[in-house]
Design a protein around this ligand. Structure first.
Ligand SMILES: [Zn+2]
Length: 116
């Protein structure tokens, strides 16, 4: 999945949420992304700016939070954040494997403003 289709999903969900709550305005959409997705912040912002035109999201801000990948040592079980490209366990020097952390992609929060 690339940034384009990812942003398409975000916009769709944000519009749906806004309609559901009869929101006058969507102030901000906050998303969380694992670094392992390889999604670039500039690309996400770029597509978001294009897609929000001509929609009620025209003034909406996109907030992006990155989640560092975590690795688990196959020798001692230590779980740690990956530093650079190394897969070596900082505790025992053993080889580690990726955990699910770092591959996330989800909406954390949609901030809406209602007319009342
Ligand atoms: Zn270890």
């Amino acid at each position: 999945m690339h940034e384009y289709s990812a942003v398409e999903q975000i916009v769709k969900i944000a519009l749906h949420t806004a309609a559901e709550h009869q929101a006058g305005k969507v102030i901000a959409v906050s998303i969380a992304i694992g670094e392992l997705t390889g999604f670039a912040e500039e690309s996400l912002q770029f597509y978001f700016d294009i897609m929000k035109k001509d929609t009620p999201l025209i003034d909406t801000v996109l907030n992006i939070r990155y989640i560092a990948p975590r690795l688990k040592c196959s020798r001692c079980g230590h779980v740690f954040e990956r530093e650079g490209r190394s897969f070596d366990c900082p505790e025992c020097g053993g080889k580690s494997a990726p955990t699910g952390t770092g591959t996330e992609f989800f909406i954390e929060n949609i901030e809406i403003e209602t007319d009342e």
